[in-house]
Each structure stands twice: as C-alpha cells, then as structure tokens.
Design a protein around this ligand. Structure first.
Ligand SMILES: [Zn+2]
Length: 572
C-alpha cells in the first residue's frame, strides 16, 4: 500500500485474527485495502487510513470477525455435478424408490425417455440390505440410473446402466468388486473402484454449465462461511482431468472462480497432469491478467495434490483394520475380516515417487488403523527431509485424509514425519454409533485430535462434503464436544482427544493454508488476504455451547475484501 492510499474498509469490533501460536489473537479493529489486510489495532492505528471513500463497519458487542474458513477436503466438483441429482439421504427403500420413480416420470414428461438419472445419499443402514437393479426397473423401466451411496464408495445402478457400460462382461477391477448373483450376473451394486465403471457411459455437462452450477454452489458455501476449499477430486477413479485442475484454472483465469480452490488429481490422471506440466501449488500465470482485481480473482486457483486411496470406508465396511472387525463372524466386512486394501503399499510408494519427480505432493485416503500405519510407513520411506520452510522438500505438505482410526503407537508419527492429518470430526456424528460394534474399544481412538496436535501435527479440518453436508460449524463443535452437537443424550467418543475452540478454529481457517504453504491466508494480520467472516459474538460464549455454535451462520462473508455474502439482518 502506498503511503497516501486509504483503506477500502475499516471494521471495528472484536476481531479474532488467529495471530500468534495459539488462542484467538483478539484485536479491536482491522483495515483492508486492495483485497488484503493493511493494518490491525485500535483507533489510533486505523484512523490515519480512513479517507473520504473508506467504508466503515462499527460492529456492536453482538458481532465479531474471524478469518474465512477453508474446507480442506470438500469434493467441490462432485457437489457441482450433484446439484441437480436425486438426494436419497436418510430414505428407506420404499421412499428411495418413490423419489426415483417421481424423477423418472418428470424426465419422461419433458421428453427425456432414456437420459441418465443420477443420484446419491442412500446407505446400507437406511435401506436395510444391499439393493439391486431389479427394484429400479420396477419404478423406472428402461432408464439408465447410477446412484452413489452416502459415502460414495458404492454405486447402485440399473439394468440399462449395466448394459450401456458393458459391466456383465467386465472383470472386477483392482480395488473394486462387482456384486453378482449365484448365476454370475451383476446385481446392480458396484463397490469401490468398480463404482466408476459406469462413468464412461455418462455424458459430461459442458464447461459453461459447470461454471453456472459452480456459481450456485459457491453462493451456498459463502453463506456457510467458506472462502476456499481443497477439492480432492471427483469420487471416481477415472474421471477426466478436464473437470479437475484444467477446469478450475481456466475458470480462475477468466475471473469466474468464486472460491479459492486447491484442485487435486487422481492416480488415473497423474500421467496427464505431468504431461500438462502441472505441479503442486501452481497458480494461474499472472501475465494473463490486466488489472489488480482480475489478477486477484485469477489467483484463487492452485494445483493441489495427488490423491490416492489406501482403503475403503467405515460405512461400506471396507476400512482396513489391524485386527479383524469385532462383528466379522456375524456380518462379513467387504473384502475380508480386516476390511479392504485398495492400493498396496508398494504401489502407493511408486505413485508418490513418480508424482514427486514432477513436483506433485501426495494426499492418501486412510480410514482404518492398518491403512493409516501403511501410509505413514510409505511416507516415511518416500520423503526426504530438507532443512527449510517447505516440509520435506515438497511444495505442499504430504497428508493423510480422514485418519479416522489411528493406533496409539502411530499418533505421534504425524508430527515427526511432517505429515498432516486431514480430519473430518463431523463424521463422528453419523459414525460414532456405527463404529462401536465393528471397531469395539478401538473406536475411542477415532479422530485423535489432541494426540495429533500434541505430537506437532497440523490438522486441517474439512467436511468431506457431499459425504457430510458442507456446513463447517458442526464439525468444529464436534472437535470440541466429541459428540453430535445437537444431541446431548449421545455418548461422547474419546473425550481425551477433544481440543479447545480456539485450536479447532485454527484447524478450520489456518491449518489448510499452512499445509498448502500459503503464508498470507488463514489469519487476519497485515499482508494477509482479506478473507473474513462477520459472525454473531455469541459464538465465543463461555461455557462452550455446542448446539448454538453448530447452528452459526455468518452475517457477512468477504473474499479478497469483496462482500460475497451478506445476510438480510446485516444492514451495513
Ligand atoms: Zn472424500
């Protein structure tokens, strides 16, 4: 900022800057210019920056400011694609079939007799047993249908879908399973990697349709307090890179990316990414942009990580455990008594080395304690520590996604190795009860936040949306309360792994920036980007009230200093 430039906006009130190493870093005021924080402090510090064009927000005692939230694991493209899909969340079989039949008839009524009907959200728990293609035929005859399960590890497809994708003749892919009846015919359930077998048969929307849907989805996310996300890629294994980094980069370059996005690639996309010269942390070429504002908008894109999978999930009973599922004899887990290994350690290592040679860092999905240990071992064997700044010589910090069940012997290894634990504590809400039987006493070590932090690990927080809703507030509340914030009757899980509200807030706002090597994001200090939220000050009431906190909604959301969301009650 030049000496005579005045602030665009000055806000006075309680500002949680997240400055320093811990706590909220309270300050009484903040000044913003050119999309960045230019000063913090009291009246004396800010008044010289106020000019005739400076906007002033004087917040009352009931409001407060905090940095914008970055969801470190949000399948943004999946949300964009799901925007018009049937949502079967919580439905039993009858209700699900009714919704599918209704959509089928609505499509037929506008002349769409055989287009794909897509959906998501069903679960084995809600339906009671694995469904099949025959019941789909009974409500939507002749329609190709593909419905992701709630955890996106399984797909329920119709007979026409099986035919269009030639699945009857296909063998089980590595890391996948096609459910078959005693006669060897596919039943309509595709597990893990096999769930992607129908993708080549499903037409992709045009880039303009995607940009429009991204705008609608982002408006919802802004209203929830998100200013950025790390998109680990679509929930399929062979999706086109054109819908990943290539799409986000082009959208940012044209000034139409409404969120900061780190976009990762999948194993099947790695060679293409290398061929295109993509590397972790890469941004849009700054020469493309003329003025300051379009340069800021273009700078919202970053290339992310290589996303790999070590195991399955708790919900699909395919997470890889050190000891067998406690209920394996009565309810066989998917893949075997200890779950399912999706990628062998040697292959994980080979892929990570290949990526590293091109400057692409790794992030590996590991939910069960065996998978977490394997991935830590692989990182230990493939990372070479270097002296300065960038962890282990990579542009971005290596990370384990979910780290849901961690053996106590492995908890301190994250900090030692410099591997981030990308956690989704909100999963405790739906998973805690479900984990108690198969995981037994081990479930007390679910999401061991306290031990990870004490061991020096970063814990970037996310929701894994659309597996859970993209609302970030319940997850922050769960990290503190260790139970469903809205259900006081629910038993807490692993209370010794609870963290403070200030630390949980850092996990939501700051740790995602740190793992991405961004030194100007996630705090509200001079030089940092002006991504911030105005929130009700009741958020910080003592004692902590989980249900109140989990229902928080920002009154205003600013990205690059621009107001991207303003609630009707915020009249400034
Ligand atoms: Zn995910």
């Amino acid at each position: 900022m030049s000496s005579n430039a005045k602030a665009d906006l000055v806000i006075t009130g309680r500002i949680a800057t997240l400055g320093g190493d811990d706590g909220f870093g309270w300050q009484p005021g903040i000044a913003i210019h050119g999309g960045r924080v230019v000063a913090i402090g009291d009246r004396a510090a800010l008044e010289p920056l106020v000019g005739p064009a400076t906007e002033r927000w004087r917040l009352g005692d009931d409001m407060s400011v905090m940095p914008g939230i970055t969801d470190a694991h949000l399948h943004l493209m999946t949300l964009v694609l799901a925007e018009r899909q049937v949502d079967l969340t919580g439905a039993n079989l009858d209700a699900a079939l009714q919704m599918i039949g209704t959509r089928h008839r609505a499509m037929a009524a506008v002349g769409d007799a055989d287009g794909w009907l897509l959906g998501h959200g069903w679960s084995l728990q809600s339906l009671g047993s694995w469904p099949d293609s025959a019941v789909l035929e009974s409500v939507a005859a002749g329609r190709p249908i593909a419905l992701y399960s709630h955890d996106h590890h399984t797909r329920w497809v119709s007979r026409p879908a099986l035919e269009l994708a030639a699945i009857a003749a296909a063998a089980d892919p590595a890391g996948g399973l096609i459910r078959r009846d005693p006669a060897g015919q596919p039943t309509g359930i595709l597990h893990e990697v096999a769930s992607a077998l129908v993708d080549p048969a499903i037409p992709s929307p045009s880039p303009d349709e995607l940009v429009a849907a991204l705008g609608r989805v982002s408006a919802v996310l802004h209203g929830l307090g998100l200013t950025g996300c790390h998109d680990p890629g679509e929930l399929t294994s062979n999706s086109d890179i054109e819908r990943g980094p290539v799409f986000y980069r082009a959208t940012a370059a044209s000034g139409r990316l409404p969120l900061r996005v780190h976009s990762s690639v999948r194993a099947a996309q790695l060679e293409r990414a290398i061929e295109l010269g993509l590397f972790s942390g890469q941004s849009v070429d700054p020469d493309l942009n003329h003025d300051e504002r379009s340069a800021r908008r273009a700078d919202r894109y970053r290339m992310g990580w290589l996303k790999l999978f070590a195991d399955g999930s708790l919900g699909s009973r395919s997470a890889a455990l050190l000891a067998p599922y406690a209920d394996a004899s009565v309810n066989p887990p998917t893949g075997g008594p200890t779950g399912m290994v999706l990628t062998e350690a040697s292959e994980l290592a080979a892929l990570l080395r290949r990526a590293a040679s091109a400057g692409i860092s790794g992030q590996v999905h590991a939910i069960g304690d065996a998978a977490v240990r394997t991935v830590l071992d692989v990182f230990a064997g493939t990372l070479t520590p270097t002296d300065e700044g960038v962890p282990h010589g990579r542009q971005l910090m290596p990370r384990i996604e979910h780290a849901q069940l961690v053996d106590p012997a492995d908890m301190a290894r994250f900090g030692v190795l410099g591997v981030a634990a990308s956690l989704h504590p909100v999963h405790l809400r739906s998973d805690a009860a479900m984990a108690r039987v198969p995981w037994g006493d081990r479930s007390e070590n679910t999401f061991p936040l306290r031990a990870l932090v004490d061991g020096g690990a970063l814990i970037p927080m996310g929701t894994d949306a659309p597996v859970e809703p993209a609302d970030p507030w319940p997850g922050i509340a769960v990290a503190v309360a260790r139970r469903d914030p809205f259900d006081t009757s629910e038993r807490q899980t692993g209370t010794h792994h609870a963290i403070s509200l200030a630390r949980a807030l850092r996990a939501a706002c700051l740790d995602p920036a740190l793992v991405a090597g961004e030194r100007d994001l996630g705090r509200l200090l001079p030089g940092y980007r002006a991504d911030l939220l105005v929130v009700p000050a009741s958020a910080w009431n003592e004692p902590f009230a989980p249900a109140d906190f989990a229902s928080l909604r920002p009154l205003a959301t600013l990205l690059d200093g621009e107001v991207v969301h303003r609630s009707s009650g915020f009249g400034r």
